[in-house]
Design a binder for this molecule. Structure first.
Ligand code: ATP
Ligand code: MG
Length: 238
């Protein structure tokens, strides 16, 4: 593996600038510092992998970066906008326009069909001039779930549920995609297919992809790898 070889057209423009980020959880008898003074930059068009032991803070960090949770301290700038300072409404609209998220446990709404789940983010965005139909058709076809759209999540296999979650993350054509173990429940073949789809979409749309994974085959495809250890982050491959 040539660590200097980049598989993307990374620009020098910083899309995500994180400084001294801290997130603590109050447990009954102790305070857990899940994210401990994390500072990092991600460049537009990059594929960044985040690896680290279970409990090291990867999901907590990703939720902060995607604006789904609020830090105790520190700043997060996305495309120059400080998302920590945004009101809940501003942040919701910003997320709808710019951010896609694939959750570790796909978080599909059980009472909604696959199609209804995929379309949730389209209700929360400002890009009303954009129609989603064409993107929907492309996504469900390349993900191989076109014939499963009217089924409930409980009627889908784990791999199909994960593909629905990926379609939901990509439906709004986000600039930046956060993916928390998107291939975690998949076998090698399915994991590779899902990765190829994420990388293909990334290339077509010039997206930035930030992925938590324990799969080093996948992490080694990234432009850079960050490692989390007990809430702290270090760059382990550049
Ligand atoms: N809502 C919460 N309340 C209390 N503690 C939490 C909460 N969420 C996470 N933690 C704690 O924060 C630490 C980091 O958790 P996190 O889920 O970010 O780890 P992770 O690196 O994603 O682990 P895994 O690889 O198992 O998914 C853990 O000690 C966890 O128990
Ligand atoms: Mg996690």
């Amino acid at each position: 593996m040539d660590y200097n070889q980049s598989n993307t057209e990374r620009s020098d423009r910083v899309i995500l600038d994180v400084r001294d980020l801290v997130k603590q959880f109050d447990q009954s008898d102790e305070v857990i510092t899940a994210v401990n003074r994390v500072t990092m930059k991600v460049y537009e068009g990059e594929f960044v992998a985040i690896v680290g032991a279970s409990g090291s803070g990867k999901s907590t960090l990703l939720h902060l970066l995607a604006g789904l949770d609020r830090p105790n301290a520190g700043s997060i700038y996305i495309r120059g906008r400080d998302i920590v300072a945004m009101s809940a409404d501003e942040l919701g609209a910003f997320r709808g326009d710019f951010i896609g998220m694939v959750f570790q446990s796909h978080n599909l709404i059980p009472q909604f069909t696959a199609l209804e789940n995929i379309l949730i983010p389209t209700m929360m965005r400002n890009k009303s001039e954009l129609s989603y139909e064409e993107n929907l058709r492309k996504l469900v076809s390349s993900l191989g779930i076109a014939d499963r759209l009217h089924h409930l999540p409980s009627e889908l296999s784990g791999g199909q549920q994960q593909r629905v979650a990926i379609a939901r993350a990509l439906i709004n054509l986000p600039h930046i995609v956060f993916a928390d173990e998107p291939t975690g429940n998949l076998d090698r073949t399915n994991a590779d297919e899902v990765l190829e789809l994420l990388l293909e979409t990334k290339r077509l749309l010039g997206q930035t992809l930030i992925m938590v994974t324990h799969d080093m085959t996948i992490a080694n495809r990234a432009d850079r790898i960050f490692t989390m250890d007990d809430g702290r982050i270090t760059l382990t491959k550049r």
